[in-house]
Design a binder for this molecule. Structure first.
Ligand SMILES: [Zn+2]
Length: 278
């Protein structure tokens, strides 16, 4: 009885808290206009993960964006931010990691809506064909080439082995970044200009200096719009999308809201990733 009660509390309480946080965060006003960068992870819905969306929900979100926002590539958005241009209603779609479902579900959906997106890949998993630690198989290099050939997909770096760059020595930082650039350059015959920090954990000052040297932009989390004239394009804020967002909280995030949810998640993640290396 006692055991069932503990299980109940440990499962239901976080769910209730998650919903309450979303409800309260949605009530707060968006913190100003600017480029909203969305982070997705997976589409397919089979894993049961909170960041693995059903294909129908993802397609509906793309349709909503098509009707209500201007979705542009990361290069167009960075150009506009650097030039201090009007970026109201601008959204950038990004995916982290490089899992196989990107080819199976995401690319067809992007093509159906003629919508650009960026995929940040951790290249070692693709080289070895081994699943990520959370069980998702990586996209193959051939499938990534096909995705890039649509003209809709920009391929960025997410390090080589998904290392958290705030806790690596300098040689490891250089190797993690340069190997990913080298592998993408070799396999896609194209330079990669954009980077996303694994788990949105900010790098050490050395890591950040290497990232600034090698890339045109770098992305973290933060759930707020990136405002022209006030944005460091090597510290882009992004808004993570979860399956529990549905359409209501998704629309709030795409409009630049829900920052409170992100603030609380980051506090929780700091504790969660304290001893982790990737
Ligand atoms: Zn990642």
């Amino acid at each position: 009885m006692k055991c069932a009660m503990v299980t109940c509390v440990s499962i239901i309480l976080p769910m209730l808290l998650g919903r309450t946080v979303k409800y309260v965060a949605a009530a707060a006003q968006p913190s100003g206009r600017g480029v909203v960068v969305l982070i997705y992870h997976r589409v397919g819905g089979e894993s049961g993960s909170s960041v693995d969306l059903e294909p129908a929900l993802f397609a509906e979100q793309l349709r909503w964006l098509h009707e209500h926002r201007r979705v542009v590539s990361i290069d167009v958005a960075v150009d506009a931010l650097v030039a201090h241009e009007d970026v109201d209603d601008v959204v950038v779609i990004t995916f982290d990691d490089g899992t196989a479902d990107f080819a199976d579900h995401v690319v067809p959906a992007l093509m159906a809506q003629d919508t650009p997106a960026t995929l940040y890949v951790a290249t070692d998993f693709m080289d070895r064909g081994e699943p990520f630690p959370w069980g998702a198989p990586p996209i193959s290099w051939a499938a990534l080439r096909d995705a890039a050939s649509t003209g809709l997909v920009t391929v960025g770096s997410h390090t080589h082995t998904h290392r958290l760059l705030d806790r690596c020595d300098e040689a490891t930082v250089r190797s993690e970044i340069d190997r990913s650039i080298d592998r993408i350059g070799t396999e896609l015959d194209a330079a990669t200009r954009h980077f996303a920090y694994p788990k949105a954990v900010h790098g050490s000052s050395f890591a950040e200096s290497v990232v600034r040297e090698r890339f045109r932009s770098a992305a973290l989390a933060g759930t707020r719009p990136n405002r022209p004239g006030r944005t460091d394009v090597h510290r882009l804020a992004r808004s993570p999308i979860q399956r529990s967002d549905g359409m209501r909280y998704f629309a709030a995030k795409a409009r630049g809201g829900m920052r409170l949810e992100d603030d609380l998640r980051r506090v929780a993640n700091r504790v969660r990733y304290r001893g982790a290396s990737s």
